[in-house]
Design a protein around this ligand. Structure first.
Ligand SMILES: O=C(O)CCC(=O)C(=O)O
Ligand SMILES: [Fe+2]
Length: 344
């Protein structure tokens, strides 16, 4: 736990101290440690410039079998993706830790905005920590947005996050439309069920790790909202669980990773599954990713779409999204334990 008044721990500072071993709190139990993965594996790739029939067919396949895929020809200018990665990288690499700590998030509350390292709010001593620092931005709805809480270095940081956030929101809307249509639903079906998007953008920074075989950059989880859009640099480290095996999502500079999140699994009554994923570390190079999460409001009740309940009935009970979030951050993700608790 971070003690009031003490300097909070950041993984980047630990890594810079060049210790040959990781502190014990970062050592995963043997069953969670990463194994060498086949380099050839990858998640499916969907070209959004194909005919709409082909796109819907490819999306249906990827959402049933994986819950995760790359999209290309997605309409987001490459320059915006590159600028977002560049300002994120500059914050972590070009500022002194004392400057960065001025933006510290509140480590006692879930998903608070700012610079942090510890994801869960639980204070229990047996929580294994992630080898990751992050900066979380609250971007939509605009009533949550206060760019003064974001870094002002490099000088274009805030403008780039605003532009990036706008493009990611549009792409998330487009993808939820295609995902709805791929199930034979009206294009607006999933977006209507989610309601106004609560969008958070998290830049994750994974410093080189002296013992990558013992650690995880980010523990295994599925994202809790509706849909996540993610970009990563060329280092690689994102893995998706498929049929019990970890498959690497190979970096591709033009592609955006799409991860279905838990509320989409509920709304589709389990026809589509949220993706379990994690990040591994490496000893040589720091890695950067930027995730844009699109979630319901905490006051929203999420339940299976009536059109998909049909003869077999609802497979999940309805949940107040705020309760789901509270449980996720206090109990931890542990695979899909929070979603499993909703199954009927
Ligand atoms: O860094 C990554 O590739 C994964 C990030 C992620 O899964 C998350 O922030 O929820
Ligand atoms: Fe995630």
């Amino acid at each position: 736990m971070e003690v009031a008044g003490a300097t909070p721990i950041r993984v980047q500072t630990l890594a810079q101290s060049k210790t040959p071993t990781v502190p014990p709190q970062y050592i995963q139990p043997p069953e969670h440690r990463p194994l060498p993965t086949a380099a050839a594996a990858n998640i499916p790739l969907i070209d959004l410039s194909l005919s709409s029939d082909a796109v819907r067919r490819d999306i249906a396949g990827a959402c049933c079998d994986w819950g995760a895929f790359h999209v290309v020809n997605h309409g987001v200018p490459k320059q915006i993706l590159d600028e977002m990665s560049a300002v994120g990288s500059s914050f972590f690499n070009d500022l002194d830790v004392s400057e960065k700590l001025k933006y510290s998030c509140d480590s006692g509350s879930a998903a608070s905005e700012g610079y942090g390292s510890r994801m869960l709010v639980s204070n229990s001593d047996d929580t294994v920590l992630d080898w990751r620092d992050y900066f979380d931005h609250h971007t939509f709805p605009l009533s949550r947005r206060n760019p003064c809480r974001w870094p002002d270095y490099p000088p274009n940081y805030r403008k780039v996050v605003e532009e990036y956030s706008r493009h990611m929101k549009m792409l998330a809307q487009k993808l939820l439309g295609l995902i709805s249509e791929s199930l034979g639903l009206q294009p607006s079906c999933i977006e209507d069920a989610v309601g106004e998007f609560y969008q958070n953008i998290t830049v994750s920074y994974y410093p080189p790790c002296p013992q990558p075989e013992l650690t995880l950059g980010l523990q295994s989880h599925s994202d809790m909202g509706a849909i996540t859009l993610l970009i990563q640099d060329d280092v690689g480290g994102l893995e998706v669980l498929k049929d019990g095996e970890w498959v690497i999502a190979q970096p591709s500079s033009d592609a955006i990773v799409v991860l279905l999140a838990d509320q989409t699994e509920v709304i589709t009554n389990g026809e589509y599954k949220s993706a379990i994923h994690r990040a591994i570390t490496n000893a040589r190079r720091a890695r950067l990713s930027v995730a844009a999460f699109h979630d319901p409001a905490k006051t929203r009740i999420i339940c299976p779409a009536p059109e998909l309940v049909g003869k077999s009935g609802a497979h999940y009970r309805g949940v107040l999204y705020g309760d789901f979030v509270k449980s996720w951050y206090s109990k931890g993700p542990e695979g899909k334990r929070n979603l499993d608790a909703l199954r009927l």
